[in-house]
Design a protein around this ligand. Sequence first.
Ligand SMILES: CC(C)(COP(=O)(O)OP(=O)(O)OC[C@H]1O[C@@H](n2cnc3c(N)ncnc32)[C@H](O)[C@@H]1OP(=O)(O)O)[C@@H](O)C(=O)NCCC(=O)NCCS
Length: 167
Amino acid sequence: MLPEPTARLRFREMGAADLDAMAGLLGDPVVMKHYPSPKTREEAADWIAWNQRNYAEHNLGLWIVETLDGVFLGDCGLTWQVVDDVRELEVGYHLLPQHQGRGYATLAALACRALAEREHLAERLVAIIAPDNIPSQRVAERIGLPFDRATVSRSGLPVVVHAAALG
Ligand SMILES: CC(C)(COP(=O)(O)OP(=O)(O)OC[C@H]1O[C@@H](n2cnc3c(N)ncnc32)[C@H](O)[C@@H]1OP(=O)(O)O)[C@@H](O)C(=O)NCCC(=O)NCCS
């Protein structure tokens, strides 16, 4: 299962061959500014393996996002998360710095929301975001996920939750 391609980007599953690209993305201090630290190459490999397990077990995950001619932009997709003890479907996104500010994250996240609605994957869609990650909160709002509440993540970090019921 994959989100539909748009006029400017397409999705595909990530695999071991994407380790250089994913290590570059998740190891970038700008991309990981709102995470505890950038990921090592080994942690990026774990991230790919986690997504491969998600594809196999849940038929969803974070997918590679690329232009229609195959330029790597980042990842975006759907994962199951637990927040305040409730299992929720989350949309997530990470873009290389040079591809930010061009509308790709909003387009990709909208395609993921459309997939979640078309496949009736959940009753609600959420985005769990660091309180000072304004670009990510803007993407959530642009795809119709308004601020829901402030809370604490499972790892004890303050987060804001953006959420909406899926049609
Ligand atoms: C969160 C993140 C993906 C948002 O990326 P982004 O590029 O700001 O978001 P978009 O792709 O939607 O781009 C929107 C911007 O592009 C501009 N834009 C340019 N061309 C556009 C187009 N054709 N269509 C729409 N927007 C366009 C918009 O005006 C908007 O600018 P603004 O934010 O100044 O108003 C990015 O900041 C990122 O990767 N951050 C690091 C990882 C991260 O924190 N992920 C979220 C974890 S919760």
